[in-house]
Design a protein around this ligand. Structure first.
Ligand code: UDP
Length: 253
């Protein structure tokens, strides 16, 4: 049997050639994306949860007409996606100040922003993904003005969807990052949400107990990582069947 071709291996995922032209298989690893003070670099089960969560969010986005690369989940760790040419820009949307915007501009963490703020970061590990402006992106040819307008529109729709879904389960979406890819449909180019949408790329705050979930919580307590991911998946009802649920029957009136 021929071995499938690896297209790319990143920190958290591997891309393989897909079963038909124009598709890839995206494999979710357990490796943790580097976070300061994170001692463990592999978190068992994280890839399985992120595969499910990204499926959940992207299926919802597809259903409301926000195009994504997601086609279908194949198994616990793999999903079939549309092959897209990734624009080398990370698009971050912020609803509340935290992380680099708090440091850079001295805005206390947790401050509600006057409106969602969209930022662009140039994807370059060696440069540590620097913040860039539309001017840089256009001047250096990373994307055109129309692409930028489309990227902002996509990111804001993802923000509304994700904020609503999270609020429904008592979680505040402080900020998140997406990546955008180009696909061709006949003679038309279209931008779609690519990569993944998972707790790896979101900053999530628990509204019920005023605690931080995911990368924020992990910064404080690396050992909490699997619990935080499981909690997000549990609240959204997307735990894979092999993860044990609370087994007590619950009365629903
Ligand atoms: N983010 C990401 N990948 C990156 C950088 C940031 O997914 O390489 C996400 C991060 O999880 C957060 C948002 O983008 O939800 C904004 O991150 P920020 O610029 O505040 O950097 P951080 O403080 O998270 O390093």
């Amino acid at each position: 049997m021929a071995r499938r071709k690896k297209i790319f291996e990143g920190k958290a995922k591997i891309l393989y050639e897909g079963p038909e032209p124009g598709t890839f298989v995206q494999y979710f690893k357990d490796d943790a994306t580097p976070v300061n003070a994170l001692k463990k670099d592999v978190v068992e089960g994280k890839g399985v949860l992120n595969n499910r969560l990204s499926e959940f969010f992207m299926t919802g986005l597809n259903a409301i007409g926000v195009p994504t690369h997601f086609i279908r989940r194949i198994n616990m760790r793999e999903q079939l996606i549309r092959a897209a040419e990734i624009i080398p820009i990370e698009v971050v949307v912020r609803n509340y100040a935290a992380g680099s915007i708090s440091t850079r501009l001295g805005i206390p963490e947790g401050t509600a922003l006057p409106r969602p703020i969209v930022e662009f970061y140039f994807k370059d590990d060696k440069l540590d993904d620097p913040l860039v402006s539309e001017e840089h992106i256009i001047a250096f040819g990373w994307a055109g003005q129309q692409d930028l307008d489309d990227m902002v529109a996509l990111a804001l729709r993802v923000n509304d969807f994700m904020s609503g879904v999270m609020l429904g389960v008592g979680i505040r979406l402080a900020d998140f990052k997406i990546e955008v890819g180009r696909v061709w449909e006949g003679d038309f180019q279209r931008l779609i949400v690519a990569d993944e949408i998972s707790p790896d790329s979101c900053r999530l705050w628990d509204l019920r107990v005023d605690e931080h979930l995911e990368r924020d919580q992990i910064r404080r307590d690396p050992a909490a990582m699997p619990d935080a991911y499981t909690e997000v998946a549990r609240r959204l009802g997307v735990l894979p069947s092999n993860v044990t649920h609370a087994t007590k029957p619950t009365l629903i009136n």
